[in-house]
Design a protein around this ligand. Structure first.
Ligand code: SAM
Length: 250
C-alpha cells in the first residue's frame, strides 16, 4: 500500500471540505495491511494529502470506529494532531436498525464475559488553522434539528445487494457534515470513495465532489449510483498519468 493521492493530484484541486470514510484496518476484504504501523502510516499520508488540498479553516470529518481489539479512534486522532489539524469535535453516530435489535445479554449468557456489541462509530472533526466555516441559511435550517453531537442514524442494510460494496455509510452522515461545514456550490473531497455515498450526499446538497477509489468495480458502482440518482450519463474526461499527474484524453 502506498500514498493514495499522488502529489501531482494534490496540486490539481482545492477543496472546501473532506469527508473521509477510511478502512477500519483489515476489517473488510478490500484491505490487507501487514500490521497496524503500515496502516497508520498510510492513513497519515492520506491525511497529509488532504491537508494540502484543503483551504485555511476548512474542516475534515472522518468516520472511524473501533475494532474489537483496536482503538482506531484514538490512533486516528493522534495522527490528525501530529499533522497540525485543530480538534473541533467527536460526533457519535449511534447506529439504529434491525441489526441492533439483539439481546444485550447475549455474550454474558454464552461466554460469561462482558463484551458489549459495537453500536456506535465516531465522526472525528478537525480543521485547518483559520476561521471556522459558517453555514449558509439552508445548512442552518437543516442542522437546527441536530443540535447535539450524538446522531442516531439507521445503518444501511443489504449493502452488497443494493450498492455492491460491503461497508456503506448512510448518506445522512456525510450530508449533515456537508451542510455543517460547506456552503452551496462549494467542493468536497472523499479519499475513500467506496460505494459513492459522499458523492450522493454532495449531489443532493448542491455541492461538487471529487472522489478516489482504488477498486475498479467500486468505481463502476459509484458511477451507476450517481447515474441512477441524477438520470444523467457520466463522461470519462481522461486518465491521470501516474508518472506526471497530467490528464490524458481517452
Ligand atoms: C469504509 S470504505 C468507504 C465506504 C464509503 N464511505 C461508502 O459509504 O461507500 C473504504 C474504501 O476505501 C478504499 N480504499 C482506498 N485505499 C485503500 C487501501 N489502501 N486499502 C484498503 N482500502 C482502501 C476501499 O476500497 C473501500 O472502498
Amino acid at each position: 500500500m502506498g500514498a493514495l493521492i499522488p502529489e501531482t493530484f494534490c496540486r490539481a484541486i482545492n477543496v472546501n471540505h473532506v469527508f473521509g470514510g477510511p478502512p477500519y484496518y483489515n476489517q473488510r476484504l478490500y484491505a490487507n495491511w501487514q500490521n497496524n504501523e503500515d496502516y497508520l502510516r498510510d492513513m497519515s499520508t492520506i491525511m497529509r494529502n488532504c491537508n494540502e488540498i484543503l483551504g485555511g479553516g476548512s474542516v475534515i470529518a472522518w468516520n472511524i470506529a473501533n475494532g474489537s481489539k483496536m482503538d482506531h479512534i484514538s490512533h486516528h486522532s493522534c495522527l490528525f494532531e501530529e499533522i497540525g489539524f485543530q480538534y473541533v469535535d467527536t460526533i457519535a453516530w449511534i447506529k439504529s436498525g434491525a441489526n441492533f435489535d439483539i439481546k444485550r445479554s447475549c455474550h454474558i449468557t454464552t461466554t460469561g464475559h462482558y463484551y458489549p456489541a459495537l453500536q456506535w462509530e465516531a465522526i472525528l472533526v478537525y480543521k485547518k488553522h483559520g476561521p471556522m466555516p459558517k453555514m449558509d441559511s439552508q445548512g442552518q435550517e437543516y442542522m437546527r434539528r441536530f443540535q447535539t453531537n450524538v446522531w442516531e442514524v439507521t445503518q444501511v442494510i443489504l449493502q452488497g445487494e443494493k450498492f455492491k460494496h460491503p461497508a456503506v455509510c448512510p448518506v445522512e452522515i456525510p450530508y449533515r457534515c456537508i451542510q455543517s461545514y460547506t456552503k452551496k456550490g462549494e467542493t468536497v473531497f472523499e479519499p475513500f470513495g467506496g460505494s459513492g455515498t459522499t458523492l450522493i450526499a454532495a449531489e443532493m446538497a448542491g455541492r461538487s465532489a471529487f472522489l478516489m477509489e482504488q477498486h475498479p468495480a467500486y468505481c463502476d458502482a459509484i458511477i451507476q449510483r450517481w447515474e441512477q440518482l441524477t438520470g444523467k450519463q457520466a463522461k470519462l474526461l481522461g486518465n491521470i498519468s501516474h508518472q506526471n499527474g497530467q490528464l490524458h484524453s481517452p
